[in-house]
Design a protein around this ligand. Structure first.
Ligand SMILES: [Zn+2]
Length: 262
């Protein structure tokens, strides 16, 4: 099925605003700075973006055999079936993400997208990761304020499923609209790569319904966690009618857009 972007009322308003700005040179600079960026975007790594001085930390202490993998197939728009996804629901208090000296965000769920949603441009060659995991965090006092940590896994050509991401996706797949209790215990901390303090950052939007702004993206640079071709092939087969994006949202915003890194 052809995927296309839903025209939201906000997008329509932005389009109207863009027309208005064209007529007013004086407003152009500030309007450019505040125009919302729709995610996913192309992450331009060359030339190197500005350094981000913020630091952050994770506290993922929760281990459990009582997690459930959900299959979300919300039929809210026949033009955008890519809202189908696998996500791991986590209970309150399962984990937090904190900007040093700033807000502490609660982990609310972990989602898997095949293909990757963000693209990369190293100054000539554009690439798209095979899989992208979202660790969605929410400000406990303002649910419109979110931090999504994105992790790209490396596809390895092996049938073994010793990696934790493989174990979750291969042995626990629920039916559409359903959910299944994990057959294996999961320590949330082990779903993150070991290097967590280097990332590409920008302010964007949700990549699934309701596509709202207010998302701080933290795209970790460590791609050393692995997932097997066997697992990815099974997921691609499951969403084959949505190829080539499968359950990923198509690229929304190419460069340039504000991006930082550390
Ligand atoms: Zn997601």
């Amino acid at each position: 099925m052809k995927l296309r972007r839903r025209l939201t009322s906000r997008a329509a308003a932005a389009a109207y605003a863009a027309v208005a700005v064209t007529a007013s040179i004086a407003l152009a600079t500030s309007a450019t700075a505040t125009h919302p960026v729709d995610s996913p975007v192309t992450v331009v790594t060359n030339p190197t973006p500005a350094t981000d001085t913020r630091t952050w930390s994770f506290s993922y202490n929760n281990s459990s055999t009582n997690y459930y993998l959900h299959y979300r197939n919300t039929v809210w728009d026949s033009n955008y079936d890519a809202d189908e996804s696998y996500y791991l629901g986590v209970p309150a208090g399962a984990g937090t993400f904190t900007f040093t000296g700033g807000t502490t965000y609660d982990l609310v769920d972990i989602e898997w997208h095949v293909q990757g949603e963000h693209h990369f441009d190293n100054g000539g060659t554009t690439t798209r990761p095979k899989v992208e995991v979202h660790f969605v965090h929410e400000n406990p006092t303002d649910s419109s304020d979110k931090v999504i940590v994105a992790v790209h896994l490396t596809e390895v050509d092996t049938a073994d499923d010793n990696d934790l991401h493989d174990k979750i996706l291969r042995s626990n797949r629920p039916v559409p609209g359903g959910l299944s209790k994990l057959k294996t215990g999961v320590t949330l901390n082990n779903l993150l790569p070991s290097t967590r303090n280097t990332a590409w950052l920008y302010q964007g939007s949700l990549t699934s319904y309701p596509y709202t702004d207010g998302v701080q993206w933290v795209i970790l640079k460590d791609t050393s966690l692995e997932i097997s071709s066997t697992t990815l092939s099974a997921i691609r087969n499951h969403w084959s009618t949505h190829a080539p994006d499968y359950n990923a949202r198509p690229l929304q915003t190419a460069s340039p857009h504000p991006l930082t890194h550390r």
